[in-house]
Ligand binder design. Sequence first.
Ligand code: GLV
Ligand code: MN
Ligand code: MN
Length: 408
Amino acid sequence: MAREPTQQLTRWLNELARITDEPGKLTRTFLSPAMRRANARVGEWMRAAGLAVREDSVGNLIGRLEGSRPGAKTLLLGSHLDTVRDAGRFDGALGVLLPLVALDMLRQQGRILPYAVEVLGFSEEEGVRFSSAYLGSKGFTGTLRAADLKLRDADGIQVRDTLETLNGETFTLPRAAHRRSDLLGYLEVHIEQGPVLEAQDLAVSVVSAIAGQSRGRLTFYGQAGHAGTTPMGLRRDALAGAAAFISTVEGIARTRPPLVATVGTLAVSPGAPNVIPGEVTLSLDVRHPRDRARRAALSRMLGLAEWIARRRGLRCTWELTQDGNAVACDPKLTRVLAETVRKLQGRCPALVSGAGHDAVVMSALTPVAMLFVRCRAGRSHHPDEYAAPEDLRVALRATLTFLERFAG
Ligand code: GLV
Ligand code: MN
Ligand code: MN
């Protein structure tokens, strides 16, 4: 890899962004054909950087570099290779490719770290396909549960089916890839996905905590019927009920900052212009840095869903697909990272992440730290996602210094 490191990183990010399930936009979901191609390509880059590459039974890509000291512990660095629909180039991919560039720089300088390093490309973080996030890191940390395997995608395919196809055999729940005592920690580099660093004119910063998150599917059941012949007073319109619910959710979240709540998908059945909607399923995503506030808001929303349904002669059901508490980053690791950042840019305010990250699940196995990189206009989960090469350079230097600090 002869080119300037930030240029190399940008080239890789651009090439990875062309590996997609949907022509004309970037979409890669759990174990999709594009995800398989992404793993193959990033695996080649890992090998070229001197790492030994393997894939685990949930499709995580793992590149390992042994240290010079036999039996030394392992530092984990990584993020996810799946994306949302019509995604940007940086979310997830940056946290896999930037450490790879850093390790390749050390290799070219003939530097061998005393400890082992693994670069992890998780197979699923976004929760797009099964409405539940972190299947990759759950597999890696041995926290995947039988209930996760029963989740279904929009075509009715279960997580278990996809994993049996991947492994060509009956799937058994994996154990943690490492013992806690063998690990030094986990570092995740990620774009901020929000506007704070830009407002503070900073390239990077550290994360103190990651907000808790609940997700699920709510279904309103009414009565499908003829749109021309059924008088308004005699209808049981599931979509009209869902619409009332969506406004209610927005109203609740607006009055309780920093609570955020989103209905991001809506499936209307039977789905014809001249048929009254008989059934509507919507996704609900609720987040708050304080777990009690998140739980209280969710239960108020679900109570109001019941009330809306009753008033309209509908029925509703709720299926919780994900429920995770807020997670604190490790103070010691974060202090080391913050010191390196302060040397580079003076200030290093700790941010709370409203977005979920693999670090949430990894924290069950090992101490975690996160480095956030400024992104333009705070835009993310959108093709306009952008982090400037100058900021990537600062993130790369911070990561290299962090690696050196462990060597000391
Ligand atoms: C992941 O990006 C999430 O926060 O939804
Ligand atoms: Mn992400
Ligand atoms: Mn994301």
